[in-house]
Design a protein around this ligand. Structure first.
Ligand SMILES: Nc1ncnc2c1ncn2[C@@H]1O[C@H](COP(=O)(O)OP(=O)(O)O)[C@@H](O)[C@H]1O
Ligand SMILES: [Mg+2]
Length: 231
């Protein structure tokens, strides 16, 4: 088991957001968190990487309890997170954005390999991060995460706000990434993307898992889709 989240409860101050949420990601698996806006997808991801640690419950990464591990140690452990706001450095060039992410943890990913996966990043390498399109920013953000050589990559709504053509390109790139054997946990509101990318999914509502199964099972389950997803 790569990631094992058991019965976590997470709060923002006094607001109780996650209610006994559990999920698992196996090695090489792509797992998707689905659900409408505000159901707790981002909070789940932030709980895992320690930005909003759960008050109770347990999070294990490769058998090790990481429930109280500070966020800054996650890359060293093997977990990289790409937030929904794609935090890239607007004033640095694309190349500089990538350079500061190299060497944190050694492994198969280097500049050449990320340029192979995202050729556009090579073409715009001297452009300022702030002058990239949304799709390019998302690619840069994922490329930076990969340079940390993660075993588990966590993506928060990677296709959100992107034009359909760019969404398709990014989906292809994420699929190519999956074939390298990396484990991926992603949040998505877009059911079509989720069905294309993931092996298994969890559908959330109000901080709880309401459905868990393979994408095939979700595709066949009209009731779950109409009750908990925008379809
Ligand atoms: N920083 C915060 N402080 C207080 N409440 C928050 C904060 N961030 C999110 N929330 C609330 O937590 C709930 C879950 O939000 P979130 O995890 O962002 O959902 P999703 O990612 O599924 O859209 C929502 O009701 C949201 O309003
Ligand atoms: Mg979110």
């Amino acid at each position: 088991m790569m990631l094992d989240v058991r019965d976590i409860h997470t709060y923002y101050g006094l607001s109780h957001i996650l209610f006994g949420l559990s999920l698992q990601v196996s090695k090489g698996e792509v797992v998707c968190l689905l659900g409408r806006n505000g159901v707790g997808k981002t909070t789940t991801l932030k709980s895992i990487i320690g930005i909003t640690p759960p008050k109770t419950g347990q999070i294990k990464f490769k058998g090790q309890n990481i429930s109280k591990t500070p966020t800054k140690r996650m890359v060293k452990l093997g977990i990289s997170f790409v937030p929904d706001n794609r935090r890239i450095f607007a004033d640095l060039s694309v190349r500089e954005n990538l350079e500061i992410a190299t060497g944190v943890k050694s492994g198969a990913w280097d500049l050449d390999k990320v340029h192979q996966l995202f050729p556009v990043l090579k073409r715009v390498e001297n452009r300022r991060g702030g002058n990239l399109s949304g799709g390019e920013q998302q690619m840069l953000s994922i490329a930076r995460a990969l340079l940390g050589n993660p075993e588990l990559l966590i993506l928060d709504e990677p296709t959100e706000g992107l034009a359909p053509l760019i969404v398709r390109e990014l989906e292809e790139q994420i699929l190519e990434l999956c074939s390298t054997g990396i484990s991926i946990l992603l949040a998505e509101q877009n059911l079509k993307s989720a069905l294309k990318l993931a092996n298994r999914c969890y559908v959330l509502e109000r901080g709880q898992v309401r459905f868990e199964g393979t994408v095939q099972e979700l595709a066949e389950n009209e009731e779950v889709r109409s009750k908990y997803l925008l379809v």
